[in-house]
Design a protein around this ligand. Structure first.
Ligand SMILES: C[S@@+](CC[C@H](N)C(=O)[O-])C[C@H]1O[C@@H](n2cnc3c(N)ncnc32)[C@H](O)[C@@H]1O
Length: 225
């Protein structure tokens, strides 16, 4: 890509930090409360997670870039950023040259922040990834990425099925999973079931890698048969 013509999306209006944190977000046990929490956090989210040295978005896009080179993986043009939040992943994807980027999230104010990044072609708000997904989102994307949402109180391991369902055959799903959540939420048996039922395989995994100042994550790249 010609660097001179690359348009780097500008950040939303400057933010100040708040008292909210990812650690607080873990304590929500209903989708309704979680949505409200992010609705109120949206304007301060980027500054707050920057203060926690959050590097999940860079790690997820690094892994997508790496597995996109695998011969078995279809060419990655369209990417869905599931649980896109304020758009940190979309901005990183755009900086790396991806142009067909869509995003979805539960929280409308988070989506409004993502919209302001100008990194996304399409944004879908109030999509709950624990519920059946709109038919027009199924088998649609070359890659689906999901960063920062496989954490306690947010997505259950079973939401991986929805991410796989939105991915075209030959495509990839790249996710972060908070380290302490991985064992307790049943990811290993689910990955075995997905392999047996649908031929989904793990292309690459980075275990106990950088995530937040005080927490690590596992990063998985899955190949959809
Ligand atoms: C910690 S933020 C991560 C946002 C972004 N991916 C990032 O890395 O900065 C978690 C996001 O997941 C969204 N979320 C939580 N539960 C969800 C669900 N059931 N369906 C869709 N989005 C959900 C929240 O609204 C929030 O924007």
């Amino acid at each position: 890509m010609d660097a001179a013509t690359t348009v780097i999306p500008s950040a939303p209006a400057p933010q100040t930090s708040s008292t909210r944190s990812i650690a607080d977000a873990l304590s929500h046990h209903s989708t309704h409360h979680l949505e409200r929490y992010y609705d109120h956090w949206a304007r301060h989210y980027d500054a707050d997670v920057e203060a926690e040295a959050y590097c999940g978005p860079t790690m997820v896009v690094d892994l997508l870039d790496a597995v996109a080179q695998c011969p078995a993986v279809r060419h990655v043009s369209s990417v869905l950023d599931a649980c896109c939040g304020t758009g940190l992943v979309g901005r990183t994807l755009h900086e790396r040259g991806y142009r067909q980027i869509s995003g979805c999230d539960l929280s409308k104010p988070m989506i409004d922040q993502a919209q302001a990044t100008q990194a996304y072609q399409h944004l879908y708000s109030q999509i709950d990834l624990t519920q059946p997904l709109p038919p027009d989102m199924l088998r649609r994307f070359d890659a689906v990425v999901c960063c920062g949402a496989f954490i306690p109180g947010h997505l259950p391991a079973s939401a991986l099925r929805g991410l796989i369902g939105m991915t075209q055959s030959g495509g990839v799903v790249v996710v972060s999973i908070r380290e302490a959540y991985y064992d307790t939420a049943g990811f290993e048996p689910l990955l075995q079931a997905l392999k047996d039922e649908q031929g989904v395989s793990v292309l690459q995994r980075q275990m106990s890698a950088r995530y937040l100042q005080n927490a690590k994550a596992h990063y998985l790249a899955l190949h959809v048969a």
